[in-house]
Design a protein around this ligand. Sequence first.
Ligand SMILES: *[C@@H]1O[C@H](CO)[C@@H](O)[C@H](O)[C@H]1NC(C)=O
Ligand SMILES: *[C@@H]1O[C@H](CO)[C@@H](O)[C@H](O)[C@H]1NC(C)=O
Ligand SMILES: *[C@@H]1O[C@H](CO)[C@@H](O)[C@H](O)[C@H]1NC(C)=O
Ligand SMILES: *[C@@H]1O[C@H](CO)[C@@H](O)[C@H](O)[C@H]1NC(C)=O
Length: 282
Amino acid sequence: MDSKVSSLLFIAILCLLSSTSTAFNITKILAQYPEFASFNDLLAQSGLAQEINGRETITVLALDNGSIDGLSGRPVDIAKRILSAHVILDYYDQIKLSKLQKASTIVTTLFQASGIADDRQGFLNISKTAEGIKFGSAMKGAPLVASLVKSVYAQPYNISVLQVSEPIEAPGIENMAPPPPPAAVPKKAPAPAPAAKTPPSAPPTDKTPSKAPAPSKVEPSTPTESPTEGPVAADVPAASPLADAPLADETTAEAPAKSASSKMHVGGAVVVVGLLACMVGF
Ligand SMILES: *[C@@H]1O[C@H](CO)[C@@H](O)[C@H](O)[C@H]1NC(C)=O
Ligand SMILES: *[C@@H]1O[C@H](CO)[C@@H](O)[C@H](O)[C@H]1NC(C)=O
Ligand SMILES: *[C@@H]1O[C@H](CO)[C@@H](O)[C@H](O)[C@H]1NC(C)=O
Ligand SMILES: *[C@@H]1O[C@H](CO)[C@@H](O)[C@H](O)[C@H]1NC(C)=O
């Protein structure tokens, strides 16, 4: 009896670990739809697939083979910027879109989280129009270029994949140059300077310090964990969509920790819960 319970517990833990590590795999989801093969390839090449899989609540605006042509010819980093502005940091399926109260809603995208977005380039405008739901960049004056074609995949409320008719390109999105051009580097050469400037109190974290000087907005005291969302929240008045992203991150961190500790202390009931969670996960 005891060994049965403990082996069940073992299975339950394995299941929980494997199912909570990533809620979904966008590459796998899109692989079921050959018409999104090019889009799927670009997500993988640019590393966006990994970023998407690291999120818990997300909506991907997908482009089929026929409408992605203009993007696949671009340099990968440009394509990445544009595509990351097709990934909404919230869950919107067709039902939720049809229930939108306001004529237009501004949502935050993964491009905003990259920290290189300028003005409102990292936001999308979702509007209800006479011809249905339309999407456009939230930049002032940008047109609503893309129409909602159909819902491709939905796993409420973790991931929704919606097909849109056209790429949504924020004005100026390909002109920004976050890394200095190669020619400019040798002129400014003093390599030790940035290191000397760094306050001794600054934690010796990986690469973030080298990025920090570029956007002058970043406060030195900002925790390196969220250099992207922090300053942005202060800049843009649209509060509600921005609040979503950090919240989602917090719950991500909490949930597994809680379940792990309670699992240690309780017995059979947890096994049942674990198995249920496991089955739901599959
Ligand atoms: C999404 O996925 C995570 C991780 O698997 C899970 O904990 C959560 O319950 C899921 N649902 C929502 C609404 O976040
Ligand atoms: C996602 O799915 C693809 C294709 O099935 C696979 O190659 C890849 O390793 C998976 N990624 C993760 C993180 O499981
Ligand atoms: C889409 O294009 C990819 C190559 O980029 C191809 O492998 C795939 O078969 C195409 N799918 C359709 C439905 O045309
Ligand atoms: C969204 O776009 C439409 C059409 O361009 C515009 O009328 C509306 O004001 C925009 N909504 C917001 C909140 O900016």
